[in-house]
Design a protein around this ligand. Structure first.
Ligand SMILES: Cc1ncc(COP(=O)(O)O)c(C=O)c1O
Length: 387
């Protein structure tokens, strides 16, 4: 079996992840940050360690600026619904996932806050955004630029560092959706001038589902960012109002401590191995995949077809076959797991010209080998020959 669906969720998980979760359930088990007994203290230590590891990965000096939540989607909703006010203008790209697009569209329609003004800057048919087009879209009332770091459809990297410079010049915030890059591509919140970063724990970070969060940079006015939910935090229990300090203000309710124990183990593995080494491996996989697919008759590869300018996620189609049919045959006949269709990113598919049918998406990860990529290419060649 070959798993090529790491853009949806990574699998297998790094060594140590399952063990850390099992250890938590068998030996710790308590509620972090609530009680004073040793098990609760140990649970709190594990959660704090996960915070420190996220901060280390992103070159962030203050781990308390890492706010944990269920996934990237929740983090993005917190950032958008918590920060944006009626009359704010937001600039985003046409390569966004629906977890960026849907909350912004709802705010633009005056639902759950807003109405905001929204500009979606068109990207090239290869899925790239020109920084000058981004800057040209800014207005005097622009309060946020919101960009995916990389497309979940074709892997194209968006110009986050340039966007950071644009945001500083215009006095607005840069939010980055790092769901596809955290753990597999170097990120430096300071150097990249990222103000808000949404991450998910279950993809490149090697953690379990149900983990993720929002990293809040120092330029974000905390008093302006309203929590999505309020409730028990284990701190300032004498108050009937939400405490105002990080991370508690945004972390009401019992944390997914067992998940965060797993996430911490995933992060330790990534930091030990090095994001640079993981990136190098994924560039090699992507390069082999792009070349092999591109050489196959009847196959169209989407995106920039340059491994250096994208993640390892590669989208393609086979002429005369629906993506769903290709996916089914890959699963049934070759035991190759991939994802087909629109990948929760309809605007990206319109940009790439692959709407409404979508594409077949191969997304190798840190544990895939070049031999597996070769096998997948062989399978595509056979299916193409029979088409
Ligand atoms: C670019 C991008 N943003 C956001 C998300 C949402 O992540 P999650 O489902 O973990 O909330 C995904 C997940 O597929 C994604 O690919």
């Amino acid at each position: 079996m070959i798993y090529l669906d790491n853009a949806a969720t990574s699998w297998p998980k790094p060594p140590g992840v399952v063990e850390a979760m099992t250890r938590f359930m068998e030996q710790v088990g308590a509620n972090p940050g609530r009680s004073g007994h040793r098990l609760s203290v140990e649970a709190g230590r594990i959660v704090y360690e996960a915070r420190e590891l996220v901060a280390a990965l992103l070159h962030l000096s203050d781990p308390l600026r890492v706010v944990f939540g269920a996934n990237a989607t929740e983090a993005l909703n917190l950032a958008f619904r918590g920060y944006l006010r009626p009359g704010d203008h937001v600039v985003t790209s046409s390569m966004e996932h629906n977890s960026v697009m849907r909350p912004l569209r709802a705010l633009a329609a005056g639902q759950q806050g807003g109405p905001i003004d929204l500009t979606v800057v068109p990207c090239s048919p290869q899925g790239f955004l020109r920084p000058e087009d981004l800057e040209a879209a800014l207005r005097s009332n622009t309060s946020m630029i919101a960009l995916s770091h990389a497309s979940n459809v074709c892997g194209s990297l968006l110009p986050v560092r340039e966007a950071g410079a644009v945001a500083r010049r215009h006095g607005c915030l840069l939010l980055v959706d790092a769901a596809q890059t955290a753990g597999v591509y170097p990120i430096d919140m300071e150097a990249d001038r990222i103000d808000l970063l949404a991450f998910t724990g279950h993809k490149g970070l090697g953690g379990p589902t149900g983990t993720g969060g929002l990293v809040i940079g120092e330029r974000v006015a905390l008093e302006r960012l309203a929590p999505l939910k309020r409730g028990g935090t284990g701190s300032r229990s004498e108050l009937e109002e939400q405490p105002g300090f990080l991370p508690d203000v945004f972390e009401s309710g019992t944390a997914n401590a067992v998940g965060l124990a797993g996430l911490a183990a995933g992060l330790r593995w990534i930091l030990d191995r090095g994001v640079g080494a993981i990136r190098q491996h994924e560039v090699a996989l992507a390069s082999q995949l792009i070349t092999g697919l591109d050489e196959t008759e009847a196959v169209t590869v989407f995106g920039g077809k340059d491994a250096a300018r994208q993640t390892a996620t590669v989208s393609f189609n086979l002429s005369g076959l629906e993506p769903s049919e290709v996916g089914l045959r890959l699963d049934d006949e070759y035991e190759i797991m991939c994802r087909v269709g629109l990948h929760c990113a309809p605007a990206a598919h319109r940009t790439l010209g692959t709407s409404p049918g979508g594409t077949v998406r191969f997304a190798p990860g840190a544990f895939n080998t070049m031999a597996q990529v070769d096998e997948a290419l062989q399978a595509v060649r056979e299916i193409a020959r029979q088409a």
